[in-house]
Design a protein around this ligand. Structure first.
Ligand code: ATP
Ligand code: MG
Length: 286
């Protein structure tokens, strides 16, 4: 029997667009109509299920889906039989404690005896236990940030990315409970034939993610600087070096990590690099 890998992704919301984008950039061809509940990938034995993000860990535990894309916060909250197989580098946010701006935060002990509103009671309870704080947890499923304003709670624990929602509700962030990003989860009991399909997808995701984190860089430099420059941007194996028609100069091609890009550029310039071009990479396979 031919196996199909079923991957659950969010039906609509913060994770949906980037999840679809990553799958498409990984070469999966599919159409996703607005009200579709599932779709068959045309060029691989993969089926996509569109579900509410909160339900995905349970579906994966029950093996209705073999894998899924969820926020790490949901994965930790749900405590289902799921395995984290890959961090996906999008939907980055944090779960934080926030209190009314007029209050002064004296440290975590401020929360002792208080009431905290949240959609993530398991995560908050763990955080309180770890810090030996006794506080009440009031679980609500949405609009958590209005809870202190309407007298429902003294503090909240909610998702923060820029902090603007907190600000407009008269709250301030006082402690980070956990960092989160989108992750790929699977059942720990994936059958071999499905694992083969998953591994193929993971290999492609790796290529897409590495490409995003790296840039192709071309520069001109005096031959005397090649060694120093190579030590800064060693590339995947080593840089490509081609002589310029101008005597004593070369063109050097390599890759550079997006994260420390600007520091490296400054260094390269100080070594005599000129005419630096930086180009996005679409896929990168080591
Ligand atoms: P659903 O209807 O599927 O239950 P939801 O309202 O629970 O959706 P979303 O708001 O779409 O969830 O958020 C989904 C996930 O995206 C969150 O669990 C979190 O991991 C991440 N996320 C939420 N808000 C942000 C944000 N502002 N910035 C970055 N990531 C976020
Ligand atoms: Mg949800």
């Amino acid at each position: 029997m031919n196996s199909t890998l079923r991957i659950a992704i969010q039906k609509s919301g913060r994770l949906q667009e980037d999840s679809l984008k990553l799958l498409k950039e990984s070469g999966l061809q599919f159409s996703n109509g607005k009200d579709q509940l599932k779709t068959q990938v045309r060029n691989l034995p993969i089926e996509l299920l569109f579900l509410r993000d909160d339900d995905i860990p349970q579906y994966v535990e029950d093996k209705v889906a073999d894998a899924g894309i969820v926020g790490e916060n949901v994965f930790v909250e749900k405590q289902k039989k799921n395995e984290l197989v890959r961090r996906l580098d999008f939907a980055k946010c944090r779960l934080s404690i926030a209190i009314p701006r007029s209050e002064s935060f004296t440290g975590i002990s401020y929360l002792e005896g208080k009431n905290i509103a949240t959609s993530f009671p398991v995560i908050v309870q763990k955080y309180l236990d770890k810090n030996k704080i006794k506080a009440g947890i009031h679980e609500i499923s949405g609009s958590v940030e209005i809870a202190p304003g309407i007298g429902l709670a003294d503090a909240i624990c909610d998702i923060v990315s820029t902090g603007s929602t907190l600000l407009s509700n008269g709250l301030k962030e006082v402690d980070i409970v956990m960092q989160s990003e989108a992750i790929l989860i699977t059942t720990p009991e994936l059958e071999v034939a499905k694992k083969v399909i998953l591994d193929k997808l993971l290999f492609r995701m790796q290529a897409v993610q590495s490409a995003k984190n790296n840039k192709y860089i071309l520069l001109n430099c005096p031959n005397g600087a090649i060694e120093k420059i190579t030590s800064v941007i060693p590339g995947m194996k080593s840089p490509t070096i081609m002589p310029l028609s101008r005597v004593g100069w070369s063109s050097l091609h390599s890759v550079v990590d997006e994260n420390d890009f600007w520091e490296k550029i400054d260094l390269l310039k100080s070594f005599g690099a000129e005419g630096i071009l930086v180009i996005p990479i679409e896929k990168m396979i080591a």
